[in-house]
Write a protein of this length. Sequence first.
Length: 201
Amino acid sequence: MTSIGDALNIMPDTRIGEAGPISRRFHDHGLLTFRSACRWVRDVPYGPNHGGRDPAVVFEEMRGTCQTKHSLIAVLARELELPVSKYVGTYRLDDSFVDGAGDVLAAHGLTFVPRTHCVLKYDERFVDLTAGNCHGKKRDVTNMDTYYRVDPLASEAEERHIYELAVRYYQHLDPVLAIMGVDEIRRIAAECLAASPRACR
């Protein structure tokens, strides 16, 4: 398996300069190459952002989620005209990812619940800038069932639509999920994550 350090080594080592507002923010932090920016974003603590979905919030709050971290680097890539794209993937969240999720799922007659996760894609490989972070899971999400390419600044509504598409996919696989609504499924997924003693508050 490729480690996160190795994964970052495949990223372009392009100099950042001052091609745009996000480029200038990295430049002001002394980060002069795209690869060093990726490392910095990976190492920023994992945690919810309270200042909205604008990826620049990572600079303001010095923390980020899979959504804001990958959006930030994808915007930087766009400013530098690099072929690095943001993807939203979906996977089956169960007790193998989160301690306590099994009990929550069993109470609803489920063995898993759909969950989304953001990554980057470059040179036909996916790179996760939250791998190794304190994200509340027992293991990193390394492989997913579906991947959807999205704009770096995709709205919450657009990403919700992706989740709805994913739910339809999984509903064909699980008859219990098939009779549940999207909002109920999202709520169960949130319960699973909240059950984790590893969760970052």
